[in-house]
Ligand binder design. Structure first.
Ligand code: WQD
Length: 338
């Protein structure tokens, strides 16, 4: 079975490539490398012994994507390609709507033209919005996202759901990720954000490696046990295995279904910092600051549907997630740059 990973050179895509290859899939990657490094391909080959076929293309460009389908018998697509920086999406909403919607629409159209039926989409827990109360279940009404990035995830979920309702050959799984952290245990692939990281774990690892002075903790007056925000952190390798199971499922079913990929357990910012300090032996200086606009107090999954439908459960602990994030950052202080 051949599977195309759009955006497959990125953080989640590259870890998914490893697990798909391990599971016996032929992996093809299409990525324009606008936010990823070509070195990922060498690293994937070192980890798996297989070099995935690679197309450096923008999948929103139909003329560039069609030959990928013409030249390969593609059984399914896992669609990661898209912009993902929340604050940038607020500053440049048109850029986000144009890119994220175009990459999804063109991929779905070309799949239809070539009779490719299985689609797995990289969605986000951000679709639950601000009003639902955790644990989030997939049949809760989705909310209003607090930023254009999140709105593109909601819109694409709707597009995919409508497309699957209209085409009984299409099978779609909408994977709602909680907070992916960690890295491959080899330390060869990991998260390599451009510039100042927006997310908690890459910020912590950059403080640990001496690149940043301290971590700003965005508020300690939330209605949570220690006052700091609670999230469902999930190891990126567990998340990647969830994609393998989702593609296995999509190839055997029709229709569309949303599935949470989380651990079902929330951890506060201070708990993550403590777990990181224990795993790395490095102290992280903290400064408590104001809340960050758009943040909610508590976000964690009800992970039971993934277990029931996919037979999938997260396995890694928070300490292991921190140890692997640190192993990656410590061995690659500049990410993929030399
Ligand atoms: C986690 C917790 C912060 C940074 C976002 C997007 C989501 C998804 C993942 C991705 C919160 C606190 C953070 C810092 C802090 N998108 N924090 N200091 O906000 O849950 O989810 O990323 O591509 O759509 O919304 O993740 O890692 O930014 O924050 O105190 O420097 O850490 O307030 O409680 P978030 P995060």
């Amino acid at each position: 079975m051949s599977v195309l990973l759009t955006g497959g050179a990125g953080f989640i895509g590259s870890h998914t490539a490893v697990e798909m290859i391990k599971a016996g899939y032929d992996v093809i990657i299409a990525d324009d490398l606008s936010n990823a490094s070509p070195k990922v391909l060498d690293r994937l080959e070192t980890i798996t012994g297989v070099r995935p076929k690679f197309y450096r293309i923008d999948v929103a460009d139909r003329a560039a994507l069609e030959p990928v389908f013409r030249d390969n018998q593609i059984d399914g697509v896992i669609h990661f390609a898209g912009f993902k920086c929340v604050p940038e999406s607020t500053k440049l909403p048109l850029k986000y709507y144009r890119n994220n919607l175009d990459t999804a629409l063109t991929t779905l159209e070309v799949m239809e033209d070539y009779g490719c039926k299985a689609f797995v989409f990289s969605s986000s827990a951000t679709v639950y919005g601000e009003k639902n109360v955790a644990p989030f279940t997939e049949d809760m009404p989705t909310g209003t996202a607090t930023n254009p990035y999140g709105t593109t995830k909601l819109m694409i979920e709707q597009i995919v759901t409508d497309a699957a309702a209209a085409n009984d050959k299409l099978s779609a799984v909408l994977l709602r990720y909680f907070n992916p952290i960690g890295a491959h245990p080899s330390g060869l692939i990991g998260e390599a954000p451009n510039g100042v990281p927006n997310n908690l774990m890459p910020y912590i690892t950059q403080v640990a490696v001496g690149k940043r002075e301290h971590l700003s903790v965005y508020g300690n007056d939330y209605p949570t046990p220690d006052g700091t925000g609670v999230r469902d952190y999930i190891h990126v390798v567990d998340l990647a295995i969830g994609h393998v199971k989702a593609m296995d499922y999509a190839l055997k079913h029709t229709g569309s279904v949303a599935i949470n990929l989380g651990t079902g357990k929330g951890s506060s910012v201070l708990e993550v910092v403590r777990a990181f300090e224990e795993a790395s032996g490095v102290q992280i200086p903290l400064v408590i600051t104001d809340r960050r606009p758009g943040d909610i107090a508590t976000c964690y999954a009800d992970a039971s549907r993934a277990k029931a439908l996919l037979g999938w459960e997260a396995r890694y602990t928070l300490t292991e997630m921190c140890a692997h994030s640190w192993n990656w950052q410590n061995h690659n202080p500049k990410g993929y740059d030399d």
